[in-house]
Design a protein around this ligand. Structure first.
Ligand code: MV4
Length: 453
């Protein structure tokens, strides 16, 4: 097992990783930007290294700075969390060449799944259903128009190097398709330095169901159940839950088997997530695979009792999984609300600032993953998510009650947050009935939320 790990991240996930390391008896090294000198992950780590000024490009994305910090603090491994360098194959390779273990899958797996078209091609090859659309990159608008004719509108154009909705545009007719074609191409070029795009049938009312998998270096792969991530605003997940309400048990079993088959096809090691869409006919389709620990991993931990970050570290240290598929028996229901420092009454504008009055909810079945504390000033340089509020109940009804109670207890003055939005979601009759679809937020907030061309 490692004796010291560097956490190449910040915020709540850095605190989360430090906690797992401490419980495994592993020393920790935090890296931080000048804006994070008073951050909790710096305080909780055994050692810390300042790696640059506030901008991410000069700090948390600064590969030479992070590798130097790893060398001088003499760590055996690096955990990159999510975002930043977590899915950067080049960074994983540099770790490898410096004999520092990258806690995650191989650079090859990261590169393969980072190319969303190549990932679909692999899944199709092993007989996994994928969203209907182009079989390769779409190079011209004429090609796009031809495929749209075949798969019928609405269609969606996606960036090959995108994912998570980045560089995605929906079109409902030829005119919109042509303008979307050029928009997505130039956005992809600017955002990912790769203009390649592909086209898919767009399912307007579907469910975004993802499966957590974990594989060890002997090739054993296990899935840990599903998460319903259909409640998203502008492709940012807001609320996630497990189990997925009303998902047919036979379908769920089949999707779990397919998730393991997909990971096996990629010779996958460590944790990963298979994202599927389920349409109104209860057909499911592979959408993309994420090669990192995800923000919403706690809901899976709450129902399975498995600490996913500890498992990541154990697998990276060469240990075999200590459980097999039959041992995975999810119990109860878990919900996560992402608490963002944004103003729901002002188009979700980020609202950094100092936390003066602070009380975080607790009680039976309530978990908070956060790096904020009384007197903390939320920096303006990074992601606006400041806490994850997770609850676990014996069923969906009890979990919803717990979440409503916990949200009422959360005091974060004078910061504006998404707490009022979560309260609105949790009181919504459609949500309460478990009728959760991808167009839920658009219907809840009105057409202003419609992201389309
Ligand atoms: C889709 C889709 C429907 N059809 N692709 C991909 C990234 C993720 N953030 C959202 N993604 C989707 N891809 C096809 N072909 C539906 C979603 C989707 C979604 C879309 C709009 C609004 C909310 C959404 C919530 C989950 C999934």
């Amino acid at each position: 097992m490692f004796s010291k790990i560097l956490i190449a991240n910040r915020g709540e996930i850095a605190v989360r990783i430090i906690r797992a390391c401490k419980e495994l008896g592993i020393r920790t090294v935090a890296v931080y930007s000048e804006a994070d000198a008073n951050a909790l992950h710096v305080r909780f780590a055994d050692e810390s290294v300042c790696i640059g000024p506030p901008p991410s490009s000069e700090s948390y994305l600064n590969i030479p700075g992070i590798i130097s910090a790893a060398e001088i603090s003499d760590v055996e491994a690096i955990h990159a969390g999510y975002g930043f360098l977590a899915e950067n194959p080049h960074f994983a390779e540099i770790c490898q060449s410096c004999q520092i273990k990258f806690i995650g899958p191989s650079p090859e797996s990261i590169r393969l799944m980072g190319d969303k078209m190549a990932a679909k091609t692999l899944m199709k090859k092993v007989g996994i259903p994928v969203i209907p659309g182009s079989d390769a990159i779409v190079k011209t608008k004429e090609e796009a128009l031809k495929i749209a004719k075949k798969i019928k509108y609405p269609i969606v154009l996606k960036a090959v190097a995108g994912g998570g909705g980045k560089g995605m545009r929906v079109a409902h007719n030829d005119v919109r398709l042509v303008s979307a074609f050029y928009t997505v191409q130039s956005e992809a070029e600017n955002a990912f330095d790769n203009p390649d795009i592909y086209i898919e049938k767009y399912f307007e009312r579907s469910r975004h169901i993802e499966f957590q998998i974990i594989g060890d270096e002997t090739g054993r792969i296990v899935h840990l159940g599903e998460r319903d991530c259909s409640i998203q605003r502008r492709h940012q997940k807001l609320l996630e839950e497990t189990p997925a309400a009303g998902l047919d048990p036979k379908l769920k079993r089949k999707m779990g088997e397919v998730a393991v088959k997909a990971a096996k096809a990629a010779n996958y090691v460590n944790v990963g997530t298979l994202e599927f869409l389920v349409d109104e006919e209860n057909q499911f389709y592979f959408m993309e695979m994420n090669t990192r620990i995800q923000v919403e991993h706690p809901v899976t931990e709450m129902v399975t009792g498995i600490d996913l970050v500890k498992e990541q570290i154990r697998v990276a240290a060469g240990e075999k999984l200590s459980f097999k598929q039959d041992d995975i028996k999810p119990a109860g229901h878990a919900i996560e609300c992402r608490i963002n420092a944004e103003d729901p009454d002002n188009n979700f504008m980020p609202c950094p600032g100092k936390i003066v009055n602070f009380y975080q909810p607790g009680g039976f079945g309530v978990r908070i993953d956060t790096d904020i504390y009384p007197g903390y000033t939320i920096p303006s340089f990074y992601d606006s998510m400041i806490a994850k509020l997770i609850v676990h109940g014996k069923n969906r009804h009890e979990a919803i009650q717990k979440m409503q109670r916990a949200l009422d207890e959360f005091i974060l003055e004078p910061i504006k947050t998404t707490i009022p939005l979560h309260k609105k979601i949790l009181q919504n009759p459609t949500f309460l009935k478990g009728k959760v679809y991808t167009n839920f937020v658009e219907e809840l907030l009105g057409t202003s939320e419609k992201v389309t061309v």
